[in-house]
Design a protein around this ligand. Structure first.
Ligand code: IMP
Length: 443
């Protein structure tokens, strides 16, 4: 049995809480794309864990795998693992030998390129973690993979080829000075040592084989998508995207299992009850048109804790965007959804969703394929009855029927429009603050 968890908006939908909740029935939790640009907060026994690379399942004694579709910064990885160990956990993390490694020059180049774009509308607002440049090298067939770290000769050979290119780029194209990030000897030394630790701790695996063996032995697997559909390199709002595929297809290419395996399981879209966005790009339902909307956005931002887990940046806030969700449900083939942060909208004077878009006088239910056209879309708004602040902990305990009627209407609208059942409703940040409806592992 497999369950794939996909962010259906712009990331930060609260996937970690659901991965953590249902991950209890998984034996293995596998990330299939992205790197330390992600941020998931997991609350376990009142303890809060902020992770960016280690799969959240690892907090709950599951095997956590970083698939070949991921880009891995070993410095972040080991600092997170060491931190979890200091807090008394013993995470079992495996890395695909085919996954690419984020090197110090990737981070430097990510920041240099953002800086170079700063005065144009091409700025992406990346997390500065070197994600894009690492995927560029992967596609350019000049990347360093986890498997290369295990073989010092191969590592040296690859670095001797690629580093002079990076140095030339930094110095000759951008007119800056290259530093330690382009020191081949220092890199060979540091990354050989990392390879030694990977070998010693038996962390590097052939991901596809590893998962096949474990599935054959009867293990349940959860595929944990990072980021969200709208920042998918193929299906998102290009160029304001990350450089990988958070959509469900990525679970197959990013781990080495067949698409049929992913497709025979459940694919659950995680939806936040409203919208947030870090970084640039259109957002038709953004709350920013007048002072009242800005106040509302501030309120939601504070109440929902909408500040980047990785960068601390305040997130832009908007109403739920249905054309975006219809697009997400189709691209990933959702079999169900979980709706988070319903409590954040409680007690507001108004609750709206962008039901459709208006573009050149025509109403449309899904998103245009180009970001420029998307930016021209005006939301066609649907207003809902508001719901009051209630004791959400009690609601979580009592179940779906205890959710205020108006909020149930909101949820049912969502489920009807996307034509999928709702498996869970998040009414607070902790795992226990979730209204359980169905566990996808039981299907
Ligand atoms: P990158 O992934 O650092 O290259 O950033 C590319 C775009 O994706 C930027 O707009 C980021 O703000 C956005 N992004 C990357 N990771 C996340 C995430 O985990 N949540 C939300 N946005 C993200």
């Amino acid at each position: 049995m497999t369950v794939t968890i996909v962010g259906s908006q712009l990331g930060d939908e609260g996937k970690g809480a659901l991965v953590d909740l249902w991950g209890g029935d998984a034996d293995i939790v596998v990330r299939y794309q992205g790197g330390d640009n992600a941020g998931h907060t997991v609350v376990e026994d009142g303890e809060e864990y902020k992770l960016s690379l280690v799969p959240s399942g690892a907090v709950r004694d599951k095997v956590g795998v970083l698939g070949n579709g991921c880009v891995i910064n070993p410095r972040t990885l080991f600092s997170e693992i060491d931190d979890l160990r200091e807090r008394g956990l013993d995470p079992d993390v495996r890395l695909a030998k085919r996954a690419h490694v984020i090197m110090p020059y990737h981070r430097r180049l990510d920041n240099i390129e953002e800086e170079a774009k700063a005065d144009s509308d091409l700025t992406v607002g990346t997390t500065g973690r070197g994600i894009g440049p690492t995927y560029e090298d992967k596609a350019g067939r000049r990347g360093i993979r986890v498997g290369d770290l295990l073989d010092p000769d191969v590592l040296r050979q690859r670095l001797e080829y690629v580093v002079p290119q990076k140095k030339a780029l930094i110095e000759d194209v951008y007119g800056l000075e290259a530093g330690e990030e382009c020191d081949v000897e220092a890199l060979v030394e540091e990354y050989t040592e990392i390879g030694r630790r990977l070998r010693e701790d038996d962390m590097a695996v052939n991901c596809g084989d590893f998962l096949a063996e474990r599935r054959e032995a009867g293990d349940n697997v959860m595929f944990e998508g990072a980021q969200g559909t709208l920042i998918d390199i193929d299906h998102g709002s290009y160029p304001y995207v990350t450089s990988s595929n958070p959509t469900a297809g990525g679970a197959a290419t990013g781990t080495g299992v067949g698409p049929t395996v992913v497709g025979q399981g459940e694919v659950v879209g995680i939806v936040k009850s409203y919208l947030s966005r870090v970084g640039e790009g259109p957002m038709p339902t953004e709350l920013k048109d007048d002072e009242r909307e800005e106040e509302l956005a501030d309120f939601i931002r504070e109440k929902g804790g909408e500040f980047g887990t990785v960068t601390g940046r305040p997130r832009r806030i908007g109403w739920l965007d249905m054309p975006m969700l219809r697009h997400a449900a189709r691209v990933s083939g959702f079999t169900g959804i979980a709706v988070n942060h319903l409590d954040v909208l409680a007690g507001l004077d108004e609750v709206k969703v962008g039901h459709a878009y208006e573009l050149e006088g025509e109403e449309r239910l899904t998103m245009p394929a180009t970001t420029e056209r998307w930016g021209e879309c005006e939301p066609v708004v649907k207003e809902f009855d508001t719901w009051p602040e209630v004791d959400w902990a009690a609601v979580a305990e009592e179940g779906y029927d205890a959710i205020p009627d108006a909020a149930q209407d909101y949820l049912e609208y969502l489920s009807d429009e996307l034509d999928v059942p709702i498996y869970a409703v998040g009414v607070g940040p902790g795992r226990e603050q979730t209204v359980h409806i169905e566990n996808p592992f039981d299907n």
